[in-house]
Design a protein around this ligand. Structure first.
Ligand code: IPE
Ligand code: IPE
Ligand code: MG
Length: 249
């Protein structure tokens, strides 16, 4: 978290971009139309984060549970991912946005993986906002993968079980190296986290808006950031002067 003129600003915003399907259905269109419109919102919000000085933006783009959807919707989402990565690549470089991808990428179709690799490569030396795309991402799968990695290291004799601590787990999460999200925004009104960044959002401030993702825009992002600025984060401690005290007998 960084401060500007005494107002706390999130360093890392994570978003559950929900409501594309409902947005399309309300208009009598197929759900994929909502996903296409949602991609336009992604463009606007990425630019807005750059302007607001947000260092990290993580977008829930496709969950490990979204494979349960009808094949034509999954196909449309995968195609859209390729279109976004290839279509926005040059603009992302222009905006100095560095792209990183989290999730079980090896399970994705080759063309999707290729597009994700191309955009990561093209933006690798960008130094502005980091856009982290969560694709085929599930937090439980991420934790399972971290546990497997720890078990392998112990078996190989490279890690003592007594040395397994929070840092040992964090270093094996897909998000290693990223600060934890300060602010988690969910559009579409659902009051749940849907297997998103469960470890990382331990102390994130939650912000849920009824606005469906295709209708979310820069002023609404600013409103969420302003609301964040009014929250009092305690991380289990206390406000103000007492926060820095040591336990008394
Ligand atoms: C979120 O919108 C996008 C993805 C899950 C990929 P939804 O498709 O879940 O939209 P609703 O929640 O059904 O309206
Ligand atoms: C979460 O939305 C996943 C993404 C936004 C990619 P879902 O629509 O899949 O979540 P549930 O099913 O309502 O919990
Ligand atoms: Mg949904």
């Amino acid at each position: 978290m960084s401060s500007g003129a005494g107002i706390q600003r999130p360093q890392h915003i994570a978003i559950i971009m929900d409501g594309n399907g409902r947005w399309a259905e309300q208009r009598g269109f197929p759900r994929s139309f909502g996903h296409r419109s949602g991609a336009g919102t992604v463009r606007e919000i990425v630019t807005a984060c750059g302007e607001l000085g947000i260092d990290f933006l993580t977008l829930y783009s496709f969950s490990s549970e979204n494979w349960k959807r009808p094949p034509d919707e999954v196909k449309a989402l995968m195609e859209l991912c390729v279109m976004y990565c290839d279509g926005e690549r040059e603009e992302l470089v222009r905006e100095n946005v560095r792209v990183r991808v989290i999730g079980r990428l090896h399970e994705l179709p080759d063309d999707v993986r290729g597009a994700l690799e191309r955009v990561q490569e093209a933006t690798a030396s960008c130094t502005g906002c980091t856009l982290c795309l969560a694709i085929n991402y599930g937090s439980r799968a991420e934790i399972v993968d971290a546990c497997r990695s720890i078990a392998s290291a112990v078996r190989a004799g490279d890690l003592d079980p007594d040395d397994v601590d929070e840092a040992a787990i964090e270093s094996r999460l897909y998000t290693t190296g990223l600060p934890d999200p300060d602010l988690l925004i969910r559009t579409g009104g659902e009051l749940r986290v849907s297997n998103y960044l469960l470890w990382q959002i331990s102390y994130a401030e939650l912000y849920v808006t009824e606005t469906l993702w295709p209708d979310f825009d820069e002023p609404q992002l600013r409103a969420a950031v302003e609301e964040f600025g009014r929250r009092r984060r305690r991380f289990g401690g206390l406000d103000g002067a007492a926060a820095s005290g040591v336990p008394t007998a």
